[in-house]
Design a protein around this ligand. Structure first.
Ligand SMILES: Nc1ncnc2c1ncn2[C@@H]1O[C@H](COP(=O)(O)OP(=O)(O)OP(=O)(O)O)[C@@H](O)[C@H]1O
Ligand SMILES: [Mg+2]
Length: 273
């Protein structure tokens, strides 16, 4: 399985959000997408999930153009986990939400194998005890785990994960990233994950794409991408980058130019004294 993206461009009402994005990722790989707020990460993932139609460029899944794939086939091939806060809010239980992941595979309704796969997905995320709870009564981190479990139950070839760990506590961040890593390494899936945590990205992804204003600013290993120069240019931060036993570690020290401008803005917002 190989996912190839060539010259992808997308605009929201003629305002460009992605320009000439080209990369490929194959079975067994975790590709981390990093970049500042508004740099186009979610837009890219939604184009890959066929939720948005690119203005230019092609997305090729195992030699087939994504544009030619129909709904159920897209669902069998691509598992999309939306960013926190954007998932559906309609009333259903956790188990029902996870079973929705089986929809592209259902023929005559939910069968024993669907229940077994859903139960395994719930167990993977530590959700068994929450199975009968209402989705909209969960904490945001619990809900995020449900969306990951739903994608697991879908058994897709490609996982597209938008900030899968953003609302998880530090233990579940590690567990979720190890699970995601295992999907690639052990199950041979393709994983594309948007991550704001550069340390998790550097540790668990094979390669990173650093987006800046809708374009790829840098691509490659964490060591090559997460340099102080790149972090200054793209995020506008002075950062210290070290390499340790758990990979590249980034500590953002201060905004470029210091905290003065931030303090000014705070004074502006709440007044002096
Ligand atoms: N529905 C929309 N309509 C118009 N513009 C949008 C829409 N969604 C996103 N944008 C704009 O497109 C650009 C890219 O947004 P996108 O959500 O892809 O960024 P992101 O990298 O995921 O950011 P974040 O880290 O904040 O999630 C931004 O300038 C954003 O304001
Ligand atoms: Mg986003």
């Amino acid at each position: 399985m190989r996912l190839e993206v060539k010259g992808l461009s997308f605009s929201y009402n003629s305002v460009p959000a992605l320009r000439g994005v080209t990369f490929s990722v194959q079975s067994g790989e975790v590709l981390g997408i990093v970049g500042p707020n508004g740099s186009g990460k979610s837009t890219l993932l939604r184009c890959l999930a066929k939720a948005l139609k690119p203005r230019l460029g092609t997305i090729i899944l195992d030699g087939r153009n994504l544009a030619t794939l129909r709904g159920r086939e897209v669902g069998r091939r691509l598992g999309y986990v939306p960013p926190p806060g954007s998932g559906q809010a309609f009333p259903c239980t956790v188990l029902e939400a996870v079973l929705q992941g089986r929809r592209p595979r259902l023929t005559w309704g939910v069968g024993p194998r669907d229940l077994e796969v859903a139960a395994r997905a719930l167990a993977c995320l530590g959700l068994i005890e929450l199975a009968e709870r209402q989705l909209n009564e969960l904490s945001s981190g619990q809900r995020q785990k449900v969306f990951i479990a739903r994608a697991l139950a879908q058994e897709p070839e490609v996982f597209l994960l938008d900030e899968p760990t953003a609302t998880l506590d530090i233990r579940y961040q590690l567990e979720a990233m190890a699970l995601i890593r295992g999907l690639a390494t052990e199950k041979g899936r393709v994983v594309v994950a948007v991550l704001h945590d550069l340390n998790l990205a550097g540790r668990f992804a094979d390669r990173l794409l650093l987006l800046h204003q809708g374009e790829i600013f840098a691509a490659g290993s964490a060591k090559a991408v997460l340099t102080p120069e790149n972090l200054r240019a793209v995020y506008g931060v002075e950062a210290v980058v070290t390499e340790g036993p758990w990979g590249v570690q980034v500590t953002a020290v201060a905004p470029v130019g210091g905290f003065g401008a931030v303090e000014e803005a705070a004074v502006c917002a709440v007044g002096r004294g």
